[in-house]
Design a protein around this ligand. Structure first.
Ligand SMILES: Nc1ncnc2c1ncn2[C@@H]1O[C@H](COP(=O)(O)OP(=O)(O)OP(=O)(O)O)[C@@H](O)[C@H]1O
Ligand SMILES: [Mg+2]
Length: 159
């Protein structure tokens, strides 16, 4: 079973994101999946906080992608926050060239990334957001996590 973390409130989801930032490395592409309103943007707001983004992070549903300058000692300079829910074709996602963008000390977090998973290939981290009967969000992570990072991930999910 992949590590899962239960978030009982918006604050929890944001904190899960903030702590998840510690796991990230320059070059990472993270696909976020889950139903409408599952907490993906809230999670990204937490990640942004963890990466030292100073401005407000809002949903990029209509802009597809927003870039945020980061201030941290993780070697991550830019957070690319995408939402591919409304794109009309996979070409639009290809045109973003996220793979190239993250090479420049960046990470990308893609809401609804599973809709365009074929473009990103197997070298992605996936976070799935499930909403259970009590409105609790259950976040589980899988994908390209090397053994060195697994310990941090297990610690993250145990919180
Ligand atoms: N663990 C939680 N428990 C209860 N509510 C939560 C939790 N996490 C986030 N929320 C709330 O759920 C709502 C939707 O969150 P958010 O916008 O982050 O979802 P989303 O997955 O990005 O939605 P969309 O699919 O529209 O992009 C917000 O009001 C947020 O505060
Ligand atoms: Mg969203």
């Amino acid at each position: 079973m992949s590590p899962a973390r239960r978030c009982v409130s918006e604050v929890d989801t944001r904190e899960a994101g903030r702590e998840f930032a510690r796991l990230l490395r320059s070059g990472d592409i993270v696909l976020l999946s889950g139903t409408l309103g599952a907490g993906k943007t809230t999670f990204v707001q937490g990640v942004a906080q963890g990466l030292g983004v100073r401005e407000r992070v809002t949903s990029p549903t209509f802009t597809v992608v927003r870039e945020h300058q980061c201030h941290n000692n993780l070697g991550i300079v830019t957070l690319h926050h995408c939402d591919v829910y409304r794109v009309q074709s996979l070409d639009e996602v290809l045109d973003l060239a996220l793979g190239e963008l993250v090479e420049e000390a960046g990470v990308a977090l893609v809401e609804w990334g599973d809709l365009a998973a074929t473009i990103f290939g197997p070298h992605v981290v996936r976070v799935n957001f499930a909403v259970d009967d009590d409105d609790v969000r259950v976040l589980d992570v899988d994908g390209a996590i090397e053994p060195e990072r697994l310990a941090v991930l297990v610690e993250w999910s145990a919180t």
